[in-house]
Ligand binder design. Structure first.
Ligand code: FES
Ligand code: FES
Length: 165
């Protein structure tokens, strides 16, 4: 007697990522993290815990900071996504990226894209955050390397550079 295993059907899913339209074929419950890394080649999206705890996989989806390891690709249909690759212009780092470089906010770099996207989200709503507000906004992003002082300083420095203060 033969047995047949039924693979779930792949669906065509389209979204905008960093201003470009992307269409992928994926099982509906595949993680957005994996699809972005493996099908769209956006390997700046990092996997840390894979369980929604560390924030390394953070992206912006429809203006909301989300952990892409927890998002089934189905939910990304028609979404507007920003990853770390969308921040720099062609010949210039984003002010946050430059500040992380200048202030030592990145060491191994696994947490850095998620940290920068969380900070980007914060500064888009609050261009001059206090230290407490920076700490609160980045509280979902864990770093094993820098001890947070340089990360918070990087965000504060980016805010100073952006607002000319
Ligand atoms: S890898 Fe997604 S929250 Fe840690
Ligand atoms: S720089 Fe290594 S985890 Fe943050």
């Amino acid at each position: 007697m033969s047995t047949t295993t039924h693979q779930p059907q792949k669906s065509e899913i389209s979204f905008t990522v960093n201003g470009q339209r992307a269409t992928v074929h994926a099982h509906p419950m595949e993680r957005l993290l994996d699809v972005l890394r493996q099908q769209v080649n956006l390997t700046g999206v990092k996997e840390g815990c894979g369980e929604g705890e560390c924030g390394s996989c953070s992206i912006l989806m429809n203006g909301v900071l989300v952990n892409s390891c927890l998002v089934p690709i189905l939910q990304a249909n028609d979404a507007d996504i920003i990853t770390i690759e969308g921040l720099a212009s062609q010949d210039r780092l984003h002010v946050l990226q430059q500040a992380f470089l200048d202030c030592g906010g990145a060491q191994c770099g696994i947490c850095t894209p998620g940290m920068i996207l969380a900070a980007f989200h914060l500064l888009s709503k609050n261009p001059q955050p206090s230290r407490e507000e920076i700490g609160e906004a980045l509280s979902g992003n864990l770093c094993r390397c820098t001890g947070y002082t340089q990360i918070f300083e990087s965000v504060a420095e980016a805010a100073r550079r952006s607002t000319g203060r």
